[in-house]
Design a protein around this ligand. Structure first.
Ligand code: COI
Length: 351
């Protein structure tokens, strides 16, 4: 342990009030959180303490100018109940990539990892044993200067809390391809896990909901024809015997689940191509019957089968019961997470 983390335990755990067999996503919090402050150029005041409100001045720069970034990770347990993390080093790297883009300080990777390990070990009773459930880990960082004026904050807070969660989607998702609003353009902040990216997605998502669709399929901001990602996930298509996913063009979030799926497909000799994919070719494949599977991929959702895509007046429906590749990938990732599938890439790290 390189860092000194002050630990204050709760006197009253809330765990008895949680029904681990019926876990919605994102509603229940564990007992403790990790907190650190960035002051005078370094991280200090490292502490794990009972989860509580974080009183904030109305002039806090994060409210006004949006310096706020986050990660989403998961912890699981093996069959003996030992806590496991999935690719935590990748999340440490990604939060720092987001920090650089948003002009925020980086978090030393060893500090990020030590904080995650310490908190997850302390909260290991909160890791649901049920298959498909997990302990969702939410590290985030925001500006804390109390100053009005557009400039980078000098001070920041880094917090991690954890939540026992069930599946993000309980059924296959329906996607509406959006060609009025865009999520991100190359050179913008689409690659960063910035809070504002999610705020910008809410209006188009609400419009999609009104039409009976679960998520937006984002198209590129220039031509409005190249598929980028969907709602809160990266996207994969199986056309014929090839799996396709949009290449990381600088506007798409570099998903860690996306990266894992590409590796797992290559391991299994399945052809996977990262390239520009047009909405037109996907809809055409849907009409011709060569579109075999469509699935979203993300930490929260893991692998989410898609049953319908609408673009303009064209609708394509596919039957997730016939999906083979996405089912195999979902089972492999879940198996890795509970150590029933051999981890040949060193992705699973004891907490
Ligand atoms: C994740 O997949 O972890 C995300 O951050 C998406 C969020 C909407 C839950």
């Amino acid at each position: 342990m390189k860092y000194q983390i002050k630990i204050t335990k709760t006197s009253q755990s809330n765990i008895e009030n949680i029904d681990f067999d019926h876990l919605p996503f994102g509603k229940f919090y564990s007992d403790h959180m990790f907190v650190a402050d960035y002051i005078d150029g370094h991280w200090t005041n490292l502490e794990i303490k009972p989860i509580a409100l974080i009183p904030t001045h109305p002039g806090n720069m994060a409210w006004h100018y949006g310096q706020s970034i986050f990660e989403g990770m998961k912890a699981s347990r093996d069959e003996e109940g030992h806590p496991l993390l999935f690719r935590p080093d990748m999340h440490a790297k990604r939060i720092n990539a987001s920090a650089r883009r948003m002009c925020m300080p980086e978090i030393p990777e060893d500090l990020f990892l030590e904080a995650i390990h310490s908190l997850v070990r302390m909260e290991k009773a909160w890791i649901p044993p049920q298959s498909g459930s997990a302990l969702y880990i939410r590290p985030f960082m925001y500006a804390t200067d109390e100053t009005i004026g557009v400039k980078p904050s000098d001070t920041y807070r880094f917090i991690i809390f954890v939540m026992p969660v069930g599946p993000y989607y309980s059924k296959p998702v329906k996607l509406l391809a959006q060609d009025t609003y865009v999520r991100a353009v190359v050179g913008g902040v689409g690659e960063a896990k910035a809070a504002g990216n999610y705020a910008a997605s809410l209006l188009p998502a609400a419009m999609a909901k009104n039409e009976g669709y679960d998520q937006v399929m984002w198209l590129d901001g220039v031509h409005k024809k190249f598929i980028q990602e969907v709602g809160t996930m990266n996207i994969f298509f199986v056309i014929g015997d090839e799996v396709l996913t949009p290449n990381l063009d600088g506007a798409i979030l570099a998903g860690i689940t996306r990266d894992s799926i590409i590796t797992l497909l290559k391991d299994r000799g399945i052809k996977i191509t990262e390239r520009l994919i047009t909405i037109g070719e996907v809809m055409e494949a849907g009409e011709k019957g060569t579109l075999k599977e469509v699935f979203g991929a993300g930490t929260a959702a893991v692998v989410a089968p898609v049953c319908e895509i609408k673009h303009g007046h064209q609708i394509v429906k596919i039957d997730p019961d016939s999906f083979k590749i996405s089912k195999m990938i979902y089972e492999t990732i879940n198996g890795l997470r509970n150590s029933t599938v051999e981890d040949t890439h060193g992705w699973i790290v004891p907490a």
